[in-house]
Design a protein around this ligand. Structure first.
Ligand code: NDP
Length: 330
């Protein structure tokens, strides 16, 4: 078995030096436990937060210990009747080839209902984040103009497509390359998109949204949030999902300079965590799984092979090498 441990806490941008890859014995399951051979593991932006010691909504990873994260694997040994060898399960012990998990902590997935990778992306945590953030947090309604940042990523790509499918007047996305911008408009049905690296975000957004923005789904923060405040219509709603532009900052970055406009525009700005919206999971799956199955909602994945490449896959995710969900296949 092989596992990835946190070797040291990064300052600013992480590097490979902060990870160690260690070969171990295959662990043995105890009573009530399963031995799972992981097939796919997820790397996610929130893991950057867990590499730091700072107090947050999830526990920091411990230096010297194996890291954790979403994973999908095949059960090889079981000590319970409810889950059997050969079953495919979703669980929280990624960053390793073999995991011993409590049977109560896994959920079985149907490998015939959707491609396995979908359960870690469009039909999994990132898909639910998009669904809950757009519909519940931002209270999207038909006819809204929607702006989503990080639009070519796992969460953002679902936000934009869902908004479009549900009758948005206009869907605008931002992303970090011309190829991603092309992907958004040509493959995913966004009305328009821009490359935030080409020109100031406010300037590009004001052009892309001549009639303003009713819903902003924030994955990025910083200059994107400032631009969205600028472009917002009266009573616009912001779902604050993440602020990836700040995760590797060694010093707290400056805030948007135009926050006073929140008052005159009577904006609602709400942060959220997907974990608080677990009650929506069934509704989400009932609605989104058929859209995925018949191809109306597209999902891209960027898949890297091998546990030894997992740290690099994570660094590449932070740098924007992925389109759609970033996954590691074991
Ligand atoms: P993505 O698939 O979107 O991958 C991250 C992307 O962020 C990269 O591909 C890159 O794309 C973009 N990025 C990196 N640095 C910057 C920057 N400085 N400015 C703008 N974009 C940048 O990841 P996820 O879909 O998994 O996550 C998206 C966001 O949602 C993150 O902020 C994450 O923390 C948050 N999140 C929040 C959850 C919650 O419960 N609140 C749950 C899940 C995710 P590009 O090439 O376009 O720069």
């Amino acid at each position: 078995a092989t596992e990835v441990r946190l070797a040291a806490r990064p300052q600013g941008w992480p590097t490979l030096d902060e990870f160690s890859i260690v070969d171990t014995d295959v662990p043995r399951p105890g009573p009530g436990q399963l031995l799972v051979r992981n097939l796919l593991i997820s790397v996610d932006p929130y893991m950057r937060g867990r590499m730091s010691a700072a107090k947050s909504y999830v526990e920091p990873y411990e230096v010297g210990k194996v890291m954790q994260g979403g994973a999908l694997g095949e059960v090889v040994e079981s000590t319970v009747d409810s889950v059997r060898p050969g079953d495919v399960v979703l669980h929280g012990l990624g960053w390793r080839t073999h995991a011993v998990v409590d049977a109560k902590q896994v959920s079985k997935v149907d490998p015939d209902a959707a491609p396995l990778s979908a359960y870690l992306g469009v039909l999994g945590m990132t898909g639910l984040t998009a669904y809950a953030g757009l519909l519940d947090v931002a209270q999207f309604k038909e006819g809204d103009a929607v702006f989503v940042s990080g639009a070519a990523g796992a969460v953002g790509s679902v936000v934009g497509q869902l908004a479009k499918l549900k009758g948005a007047k206009r869907v605008i996305g931002s992303a970090g390359s011309d190829e991603k911008v092309r992907h958004l408009t040509e493959d995913l049905g966004f009305d328009t998109a821009f490359n935030y690296k080409q020109a100031p975000v406010t300037e590009q957004l004001m052009k892309a949204a001549p009639e303003g923005v009713d819903v902003y789904f924030d994955n990025v923060g910083g200059d994107h949030l400032e631009a969205a405040v600028e472009a917002a219509n009266v009573h616009a709603r912001f779902a604050i999902c993440g602020m990836i532009s700040t995760y590797n900052a060694a010093e707290p970055p400056p805030g948007p300079r135009n926050l006073f406009k929140i008052v005159g525009k009577r904006l609602t700005i709400r942060g959220f965590l997907v974990g608080d919206h677990a009650h929506l999971r069934e509704r989400f799956l009932a609605e989104v799984a058929p859209l995925v199955k018949d191809g109306r909602l597209k999902h891209e994945e960027t898949v890297v092979d091998g546990i030894r490449n997992a740290p690099q896959a994570f660094l590449d995710l932070l740098a924007g090498a992925n389109t759609g969900k970033m996954l590691v296949r074991l």
